[in-house]
Design a protein around this ligand. Structure first.
Ligand SMILES: CSC[C@H]1O[C@H](OP(=O)(O)O)[C@H](O)[C@@H]1O
Length: 370
């Protein structure tokens, strides 16, 4: 998408071919800073410390991390060690596993001398594929927004609620949940977005709001707990969120708090859509609650908050008493029964095994055979 009018992706190979450039998302919204990854360790740290985050972007960064690793040492041992180091960075987004498996499939059969170049090429292909997938999600999601606008009688504004950041900052470009919002806005639909701030890291307040500002999309940042109230009072026409892992039966793992929004949407008859790129489908599992690992991060992400002072200085402050432990579960699972539909790059389907198989008969079958 554009940053100050300039088309920009979240990750790209450096012009000198020896490094990888990323947007440091820990600096947004108060500063737009890019940083250069030179080594496998740099890439692993960028994922673990969330300079880059979002399931598709985590996968893309891991792919480029493999290229940086092969640049340093392209032996069989180094290939396996790089895969394992990157795999261990964050447990929930299945794109990490998928991208690393893809890179290993491409690199393992090659001679060490061929691996670095092949890794750079494959990582770039995965990024381009992500962009195409997300734009297609935008196109299919636009149809749903059009239907919602018709249903509303084409009056007022079309109010969409989203949670966390599933925008272009969570991917290489376009985003997943925000792609239909950008497409609808650009098509002239009067879309307004309720942006859940999404504690504790505030990806909504700091990233989604920043993205929507850049694109000129009307929005309102809200605290995480107000969404149900807005739905009770008819102020939300639809919800659309991203996902970090969706099971073959349509259970959706996403940022903590998503499940509660889905419950409120179900109780108030508000459509609850999940933007789902196929690399985020885990075909090997059906029961999300039982089988999806939920990341637990440091309690400091809860007790410490960062912001900008009136003088423009960015500072961090502690908001909890000394000695109060803080729990920090990063994700939750929304059972498929609370999902109205899945918006994929191949179209919209029910959040069921049959629905996903109808769109991905080629993939579902293979995965089941593995
Ligand atoms: C399009 S994936 C976006 C997804 O990833 C976020 O998690 P995190 O910021 O911790 O990487 C969140 O669950 C978003 O919905």
């Amino acid at each position: 998408m554009k940053v100050n009018g300039t088309p920009t992706r979240t990750i790209w190979r450096a012009e000198d071919g020896a490094g990888v450039e990323i947007i440091d998302q820990t600096k947004l919204p108060h500063a737009f800073v890019t940083t250069r990854l030179e080594t496998l360790d740099d890439a692993a740290r960028a994922i673990k410390d969330m300079l880059v985050r979002g399931a598709p972007l985590i996968g893309a960064t891991a792919a480029y991390g493999m290229a940086l690793a092969m640049r340093a040492d392209s032996s069989d041992e180094a290939l396996t060690a790089a895969h394992d180091q990157l795999y261990a960075t964050r447990p929930t987004a299945v794109n990490l596993r998928w991208a690393l498996a893809d890179m290993k499939r491409v690199l393992s059969p090659l001679s060490p001398s061929q691996r670095e170049n092949a890794a750079w090429l494959r990582a770039a292909e995965l990024c381009d594929e992500d962009v195409a997938i997300n734009e297609a999600i935008g196109d299919h999601g636009l149809d749903l927004f059009g239907e919602a606008w018709e249903k509303k009688g084409k009056t007022g504004t079309l109010n969409a609620l989203t949670h966390c950041n599933a925008g272009w900052l969570a991917t290489v470009d376009w985003g997943t949940a925000l792609a239909p919002i950008y497409k609808a806005h650009d098509a002239g639909l009067p879309v307004h977005v309720w942006v859940d701030e999404t504690r504790p890291r505030s990806q909504g307040a700091s990233l989604t709001a920043w993205e929507l500002n850049q694109h000129g999309v009307p929005h309102t940042v809200i605290v995480d707990n107000v969404g149900g109230h807005l739905m009770q009072h008819g102020m939300v026409d639809l919800c659309i969120v991203g996902t970090d892992r969706t099971t073959a039966a349509g259970d959706v793992c996403n940022k903590i708090g998503t499940y509660l929004k889905a419950l409120a949407a179900h109780d108030n008859g508000v459509p609850f859509y999940v933007a789902l790129p196929s690399p985020t489908i885990d075909w090997s599992i059906k029961d999300g609650l039982k089988d999806i690992p939920i990341e637990e991060r440091s309690g400091e992400e809860v007790s410490v908050i960062t912001g900008r002072t009136e003088s423009g200085e960015v500072v961090s402050v502690t908001i909890t008493p000394e000695g109060s432990p803080c729990g920090n579960w990063g994700f939750d699972v929304t059972p498929a029964r609370y999902v109205t539909a899945l918006v994929t790059e191949r179209g919209v389907c029910r959040a069921t095994e049959e629905g996903l198989k109808s769109l991905f008969p080629d993939v579902a079958g293979n995965a089941a055979a593995e």
